[in-house]
Design a protein around this ligand. Structure first.
Ligand SMILES: O=C(O)c1cc(=O)[nH]c(=O)n1[C@@H]1O[C@H](COP(=O)(O)O)[C@@H](O)[C@H]1O
Length: 266
């Protein structure tokens, strides 16, 4: 998907919500729980309930890979079901020597119709380049993550700067704001203003609102740019809003609340 189309979808739906399909066999509603065959049905219901109020879906591949072939099949069906009017992210956190990254890129961009993939930057330029070679596809590089472990490397000093700052500056020279995004956790609100100084134009994928406690208001006020420049993800807070038979309506309700708040900031 081109940047122009993504921005147009955000304007049209007044939303920069990304619904995270972290579908866990043991957290699904009681009547579906433990049934791998029900994963697609669950996702389909969530997508139907949230389509109108979000612009993106993020499929965290771990939840599907954990189930072997059945999980992978459910992921395939899900990404096709989403269609072309939403920005489809494979949250796979890949990255390897160039020759291997090329295969990951084929898996998610050719074999499957994802618009974007999350990638870890640790192995450097040749590990990221193969993803950037695809037209209208996006590479979403981990910048400053939402978890406690961000302290271990990302927030450590590296010369005169923090490691995550070095990563963002260096990686941003390998692509453009038309094919590169960065992950910045909503729990890292103190750093948002500074990150916008480093990369004013890039889109940021921001997980960490909802279950991890990050503030949509703070993220939006500090990090929105002229094109919005944000995709804010919530997974558990939306898809497990209810564990009863009303899960679909409950998910739609929570996603709708996020959208209403986003419309105010846009
Ligand atoms: O790359 C990610 O999406 C990601 C990066 C990060 O720093 N923190 C983070 O939580 N995530 C992912 O974002 C989602 C957050 O899920 P919830 O906490 O349930 O909303 C999960 O799929 C995480 O794997």
């Amino acid at each position: 998907m081109e940047r122009e189309k993504l921005v147009a979808l955000i304007r049209e739906r007044q939303s920069y919500l990304c619904v995270g399909l972290d579908t866990d066999l043991y957290k699904m509603p009681h009547h579906l729980r433990g049934n791998a065959a029900a994963i697609f049905d669950f996702n389909k219901a969530i997508i139907d309930a949230t389509r109108a109020v979000c612009v993106s879906y993020k499929i965290n591949t771990a939840f599907y890979e954990a189930l072997g072939v059945k999980g992978w099949e459910a992921m395939e069906k899900t990404v096709h079901y989403i269609g072309n009017e939403h920005f489809k992210i494979a949250d796979a956190k890949r990255g390897d020597i160039g020759n291997t990254s090329r295969q990951y890129a084929r898996a998610f961009f050719e074999n499957l119709p994802f618009d974007a993939i999350t990638v870890a930057p640790y192995m450097g330029e040749d590990s990221i380049k193969p993803f950037l070679e695809y037209k209208d596809k996006w590479t979403i590089v981990l910048g400053l993550t939402s978890n406690k472990g961000a302290q271990d490397f990302e927030l450590q000093k590296c010369g005169n700067e923090l490691l995550y700052e070095k990563v963002i500056q260096k990686v941003s020279a390998w692509g453009t704001h038309h094919n590169l995004m960065f992950v910045v956790g909503a729990t890292q609100a103190d750093e948002f203003t500074h990150i916008r100084e480093l990369i004013p134009d890039h889109f940021l994928l921001v997980p960490g609102v909802g279950a991890q406690g990050g503030s949509l208001k703070e993220v939006s006020e500090k990090a929105m740019n002229a094109d919005c420049g944000l995709l804010v993800n919530a997974s558990r807070a939306i898809i497990y809003a209810s564990d009863g038979e009303d899960f679909e309506a409950a998910a739609g309700g929570v996603a709708g609340e996020y959208q209403k708040e986003m419309a105010v900031y846009l």
